[in-house]
Write a protein of this length. Sequence first.
Length: 155
Amino acid sequence: MSLAAARLRIIVRLYCDPYPLVLNHGDEKTVTIKADPFSEKIKSVALSTLVKPDNEIRKITQNGNSFTYKSKKVDGPKRDEPDGIFYTAEFSDGEGWWGWCPVTVRHDELPIKTPIPIKRGIPVPTQAPQVETESGGRTETKTETHPIQEGVIGF
């Protein structure tokens, strides 16, 4: 095998599924490291120590040959932010390998939170005033409507 063919064979030994990993901000998705059909079997895969797996924008966890990427940065404006999952691998023949899986985090505009409507208006007394009148020797209590609203500023 020529040197060029050997280099080509090494380049395509591992791949990420899906490629690239695309997710919305605030979501999480999983990418799996797979060996091409013509290479040795994967013995082990590990998250690279080049980048911290947990920071203010994301958290990466590993389960076997898979990595779960959780986006922690939820904000606008609308944009795509590139990132990556860097890993090392060892094949069953003892050969070591390193690579990375590209990640694209899609940020949308944040939803506009509509404020809770506050009832605004003229304050109304909680109880209508009571007026006592005398008619025919007997006392009656009548309820009248309040002609002037309290708290209203005059024009």
